[in-house]
Ligand binder design. Structure first.
Ligand code: PEP
Ligand code: MN
Length: 270
């Protein structure tokens, strides 16, 4: 079943957040922790010639006693660093009420896995993106089928969002060797059924640093239009997801390797 008017893949237009023949890297820390921490990552991302930085200001945590983000202060830190280093910023909205606030600071909105069927959030995010022209990155729920994900995406479209990136981020299976099972097949399946660009978040399914580079290469080879990678100056002391975040040196090495692979595929990492 196709969720677009045509089952044929249509390349995203130039105005899309994912231009043709490019692979967008949404890199950055799991959470914005401080001005210094975020600026260190932003400098690295900018020096590598990349265009986007990610970071969580409102963090959806399984345990409410964990670090839940700096909130609006985190949004301000992201916006400042984005301006300073010439980067677009992507950050998560947890509820409908946050959409306008987040859009007033960030370059793009992220809807997280835990909210993929929060339809009132999707409608409001869609309206805010329609009003502001900002893109929205829409993650698959970890217990959601591809059909449910594409169906939920219609809420964003119906509300007027036109710059949507779908993001596979791993699903729950019986396998426990990885944090989530990365559904690589989701990339070609979605490309066959939708004209939207597909991002693969390789950090959250990995759950461990050493798994991030091979998953990133696999996603690129499968045709991903974008990748999400968590990067932290000192992963061992990160306030969330320390095990899976690459340090700056590991990230630089990965980008170099991805550039070689991307060139072979006729694509550029941006
Ligand atoms: C994130 O990207 O910060 C995040 C919380 O991811 P997910 O919603 O995929 O768990
Ligand atoms: Mn994280």
């Amino acid at each position: 079943m196709s969720w677009s008017s045509s089952a044929k893949r249509v390349k995203p237009s130039d105005s899309s957040v994912c231009p043709p023949n490019s692979v967008v890297l949404f890199a950055g820390p799991c959470a914005v922790e401080s001005e210094g921490q975020f600026a260190e990552v932003a400098r690295c991302v900018s020096d590598l010639g990349l265009s986007w930085i990610r970071g969580g200001a409102f963090k959806p945590r399984t345990n409410p006693y964990s670090f839940r983000g700096l909130g609006e202060k985190g949004l301000a830190i992201m916006a400042d660093a984005g301006n300073r280093f010439g980067l677009s910023t992507l950050t998560e909205v947890l509820c409908a009420e946050q959409c306008r606030l987040v859009a007033s600071y960030a370059g793009g909105l992220q809807i997280g896995a835990r909210n993929f069927q929060n339809f009132s959030l999707l409608e409001e995010a869609g309206r805010v993106c329609a009003d502001t022209g900002k893109p929205v990155l829409f993650k698959r729920g970890f217990a959601g089928t591809i059909a449910e994900w594409l169906s939920a995406c219609e809420y964003l479209k119906m509300a007027g969002a036109s710059n949507i990136v779908l993001c596979e981020r791993g699903i729950r299976t019986f396998e426990t060797a990885t944090r989530f099972t990365l559904d690589i097949a989701a990339v070609p399946v979605v490309h066959h059924q939708s004209d939207l660009p597909v991002c693969v978040d390789v950090s959250h399914p990995a759950g461990a640093q050493h798994l991030v580079p091979p998953l990133a290469k696999a996603a690129l080879a499968a045709g991903a239009d974008a990748l999400m990678v968590e990067v932290h100056p000192h992963p061992a002391s990160a306030l969330s997801d320390g095990m899976q975040q690459l340090d700056l040196h590991q990230f630089e090495t990965l980008v170099e390797e991805l550039r070689v692979l991307a060139a072979a595929l006729g694509k550029t990492i941006i």
